[in-house]
Design a protein. Structure first.
Length: 156
């Protein structure tokens, strides 16, 4: 584990992996979109799909509200505080279970930077703004952003 704060009853990694290889896993997706810059995506640096552009997201912890999960994930993955806004919808990830991984379902929230202001012209490390979705973005997230927010995608 990475030394973060976990709720009582947190599962050891092997038990977590076993359980979540067999049941859907509830996640949140942090959608920061700006009319002038596009959508903020992060370059994935952990398996699976290392090197893919994606919406920052993560598993909702036991006893955690969705809004609290959005704030925690943004702090952990982007290093910034956000306020969760409108729920945009859900994203299912058949590519995960079709490739023998897990079965996540992400609830996407439009989010806005909160707390200390950050320079939108200097995105967090490992992140970039895209007004057109790049090749290599998660296919399910690409389809969601095109359908829900009207983004266009580069050919893949």
């Amino acid at each position: 584990m990475d030394g973060g704060v976990y709720p009582p009853g947190w599962l050891p990694k092997d038990e977590y992996d076993f359980i979540f290889s067999r049941v859907p896993r509830l996640c949140v997706e942090v959608v920061i979109a700006d009319p002038e810059r596009g959508v903020l995506l992060s370059l994935r640096d952990i398996p699976p799909y290392v090197g893919a552009w994606h919406l920052p997201g993560g598993t909702v912890l036991f006893g955690e509200t969705l809004v609290d999960a959005v704030a925690r994930v943004a702090t952990r993955e982007l290093g910034i505080e956000v306020a969760a806004g409108e729920m945009l919808g859900y994203i299912e990830y058949p590519s995960h279970y079709e490739n023998g991984l897990d079965s996540p379902v992400g609830i996407a929230f439009r989010s806005a930077p909160g707390g200390e202001a950050w320079d939108v012209d200097a995105p967090p490390a490992g992140c970039a703004w895209f007004d057109r979705l790049p090749p290599g973005v998660y296919v399910e997230q690409r389809d969601f952003l095109v359908a829900r927010l009207g983004f266009t995608a580069a050919p893949h």
